[in-house]
Design a protein around this ligand. Structure first.
Ligand code: GUN
Length: 282
């Protein structure tokens, strides 16, 4: 079997057009311009690019965006105070603190300080709890992107064996919960899993979120599986996924490429979350 490619860039573009229209309606009908504030601490080059891309994407769909930059020496107290001010600011609907932050600051305390109603990352314990019990909430962007790609490809999730490789709070766990709520039978694998290949080979839906370039070769993939590659590892300035694409494409029925698969979806889902925050703003 030669897989169909799930074109994340194209799907992302279509969704951004839909968001643009909704933003325009919100401005026209309620006078609310959705606004996202991104906090960047330090000068990590990759984070600088991510943050700039997020701000640009907001502008492209008619939202306001603002980047607040702090030196890596900022104290935890000062950062928490800055978040409190944004929590109180009526014009800020979404707050995102770009991770990682310097080690002298407790990242969980920072996440906890964000008003859960403005937590566009979906990382606040209130939102994590809501996701776990199946309540409507702000869902982590990459996980939401994975589910959206599967659904937009027209693939039925209910009843499928879904295997997620990776158990991070940002991707693996929320993706597992979201697939479970859509009635997949879900297995989460990680670095201590025994017989990873045997479990992966049973997957109708295989989500690779390991962060290890081309770890998953064709022998991990069941004939006809849907393969979603969340990995993005930069090696010698070239981007690699977790999946060996050339082998996997021969076995899967649907597959996401890297780049151009999950990557573009993450920012698109951030825009969706920011819009959702602005729409529910009282
Ligand atoms: N750093 C890498 N990915 C993410 C993300 O999804 N959100 C935030 N805030 N920081 C990140």
């Amino acid at each position: 079997m030669k897989a169909n490619i799930i074109d994340g860039k194209k799907i992302s573009g279509e969704i951004r057009e839909e968001i643009k229209e909704k933003v325009s309606d919100l401005i026209k009908n309620k006078g609310i311009v959705p606004g996202l504030t991104v906090i960047l601490v330090g000068d990590d080059p990759a984070s600088q690019i991510y943050v700039r891309n997020k701000a640009r994407a907001c502008k492209e769909v008619g939202m306001k965006s603002n980047i607040i930059r702090y030196d890596s020496s900022i104290s935890q107290e000062k950062l928490l105070n800055a978040i409190n001010e944004l929590n109180e600011d009526e014009n800020v609907h979404g707050i995102l603190v770009q991770l990682p932050i310097p080690e002298h600051i407790d990242a969980q305390l920072v996440i906890d300080a964000i008003d859960p109603r403005k937590d566009v990352d979906g990382f606040h314990p209130v939102n994590v709890g809501k996701l776990s019990i199946g309540d409507d909430t702000l869902e982590p962007c990459t996980a939401k992107g994975v589910i959206t790609l599967i659904e937009r490809a027209g693939v039925e999730i209910e009843g499928k064996n879904a295997v997620i490789i990776g158990r991070s709070n940002i991707v693996g766990k929320p993706t597992a919960l979201m697939l479970l709520h859509k009635n997949a039978t879900v297995t989460i694998c990680h670095s201590r899993t025994k017989d990873l290949k045997g479990i992966a080979k049973d997957a109708d839906i295989l989500v690779a979120a390991i962060g290890s370039p081309e770890f998953i070769d064709g022998s991990y993939i069941k004939e006809g599986a849907i393969v979603i590659d969340v990995g993005t590892s930069r090696v010698n300035n070239k981007l690699y996924g977790d999946v060996m694409f050339d082998e996997a494409v021969q076995k899967a029925s649907w597959i996401t490429p890297v780049p151009g698969g999950v990557g573009p979806m993450t920012i698109t889902m951030l825009l969706e979350n920011t819009l959702k925050c602005a729409e529910s703003h009282e």
